[in-house]
Design a protein around this ligand. Structure first.
Ligand SMILES: [Zn+2]
Length: 120
């Protein structure tokens, strides 16, 4: 399943990020998913819950931040409204997708144990 390979790649990235804090526990993983990335968010969440056992993410929650697609004119950089014709009215050139197909590991929250007693 597509979502499992995404989760696998994310967990690898989290492991690299967490390596700087060997005693820390990964508590939360924030990932941005573009609406055109071809990812089913529910499947991704399920895949994460299944996959995280025995990884650095075993105690982590996945926080998915959906990103709307955004097109711009490559010439004048004007942002084109969603659902509009994907062509700049002024320049008559096809719009270019600037966000919306990304899968980005945004942030990894670690519980550092002794170093972070007052934190939440
Ligand atoms: Zn333009």
């Amino acid at each position: 399943m597509h979502e499992y390979s995404i989760v696998s790649a994310l967990v690898d990235q989290v492991a690299v990020a967490a390596r700087a804090h060997p005693t820390g526990t990964v508590k939360r993983v924030h990932v941005a998913i573009g609406e055109l990335a071809g990812v089913e968010l529910e499947l991704l969440a399920t895949a994460f819950e299944t996959f995280r056992d025995h990884t650095v993410c075993a105690q982590a929650d996945l926080v998915i931040e959906p990103r709307p697609a955004c097109w711009r004119c490559p010439r004048c950089q004007v942002e084109l409204a969603r659902g509009a014709v994907l062509r700049c009215g002024a320049c008559q050139v096809p719009a270019r997708l600037v966000t919306g197909d990304e899968i980005i590991l945004q942030r990894v929250e670690l519980d550092l144990g002794d170093d972070d007693q007052g934190g939440t």
